[in-house]
Design a protein around this ligand. Structure first.
Ligand code: UD1
Length: 314
């Protein structure tokens, strides 16, 4: 019998991409744990016959323990994301991102799971003097979200060191792509850009728009998640999950306008609290140790994302 896999946050935009990747790569049984706080069952529509969906909160130890029993790998992606949300309302994200992650690790250990791959965040680096950001740098979290995600990493490492549960943490760098939900003010900036572009309205850039990000296409991240579970000898490690490039918001908005053949000058607002100025991943460790090989250039990723939004109701 094929091994059982579990994805927490599997109805989210990254989690559902991972579920599709796992199935495409031959997985037999995939269980999703999602409380649908920000995920949508519609994200799993194409694969629903091959997925066992549990509408469950990751803070529910008993439920997790039961769902995790017999699983080989767990990808822990469930979280309350967003830097500004964690500043405006820090209690829920603290509870889910720290206590929920602890609970996932505890249940995985008790259920004798082989390995947990954890979705950490590039926000943990904060502002660094040097780019690209490499795993050996001392973290400087600038927001509750960044700190919460870093605590999760430390917990992963402790569970490996103290309890023998294999863990691998991947610091996701601004993931974008189809199905990213643009409906909240806390939504990822590229999902908001897509919405504005297709509605022919101008987005608001916080600050001068010259902050930069290593935007990483969701399918590349999903493939790296799979490799992080399969690669032997990397338990307890943390890797950047980025593309290795860097674009400013002004540059991306210009590229998108050009693709659509429109002119929509952006609006500019005050800078956002807790915002990191520049972000770019050193991908050497992920490439050499996990075989990370991103396939999507920025332009390809933007084009396929735009194509999806054009056909979706957003
Ligand atoms: C951060 C993390 C990222 C994590 C994400 C989860 C960093 C470098 N990245 O993303 O790894 O996955 O949190 O939520 O910390 N912006 C605008 N206008 C808008 C919305 C956003 O100008 O309407 C700007 C923001 O101020 C920011 C950039 O766009 O400078 C990206 O914002 P966002 O998409 O929210 O992600 P980060 O906070 O960078």
């Amino acid at each position: 019998m094929k091994p059982k896999f579990v994805v927490t946050g599997g109805a989210g935009f990254i989690g559902s991409a991972l579920v599709r990747t796992l199935l495409a790569e031959g997985a037999g049984r995939v269980a999703v744990v999602d409380n649908l706080a920000s995920g949508h069952l519609a994200n799993l529509e194409q694969v629903q016959d091959h997925v066992e969906t549990h509408v469950t909160d990751i803070r529910d130890y008993d439920e997790l323990r039961e769902i995790f029993t017999g699983a080989q790998f767990i990808w822990h992606l469930a979280a309350i994301p967003s830097v500004p949300r964690s500043i405006a309302d820090p209690v829920p994200s603290h509870d889910v991102n720290i206590n929920g992650t602890f609970n996932v690790l505890r249940a995985a250990h008790d259920a004798k799971v082989e390995r947990v791959v954890y979705a950490a965040s590039s926000s943990a680096y904060g502002d660094t003097e040097v780019l690209p950001k490499i795993e050996s740098m001392t973290p400087h979290p600038k927001s509750p979200y960044a700190l919460q995600k870093l605590v999760g990493e430390y917990y992963c490492n402790l569970f490996t060191e103290n309890f023998g549960l294999e863990t691998v943490a991947l610091r996701f760098f601004n993931v974008y792509g189809p199905r990213q939900d643009p409906s909240s003010p806390y939504s990822g900036v590229l999902s908001l850009f897509m919405k504005h572009l297709l509605a022919r309205t101008s987005p608001t850039l916080f600050g001068d728009g010259n902050q930069s990000r290593d935007f990483t296409y969701v399918e590349d991240v999903a493939m790296l998640c799979l490799k992080a579970a399969r690669t032997p000898g990397v338990a307890g490690r943390m890797y950047n999950a980025g593309n290795g490039g860097r674009y400013t918001l002004n540059e991306i908005w210009a590229m998108l306008q050009q693709m659509e053949g429109v002119s929509l000058p952006p609006l500019y607002g005050p800078p956002r609290a807790g915002d990191v100025r520049d972000s770019q991943a050193d991908t050497t460790a992920a490439a050499t140790e996990l075989g990370h090989a991103p396939r999507f250039t920025m332009e390809q990723g933007l084009r396929s994302t735009l194509a999806w939004y054009r056909n979706a109701t957003v």
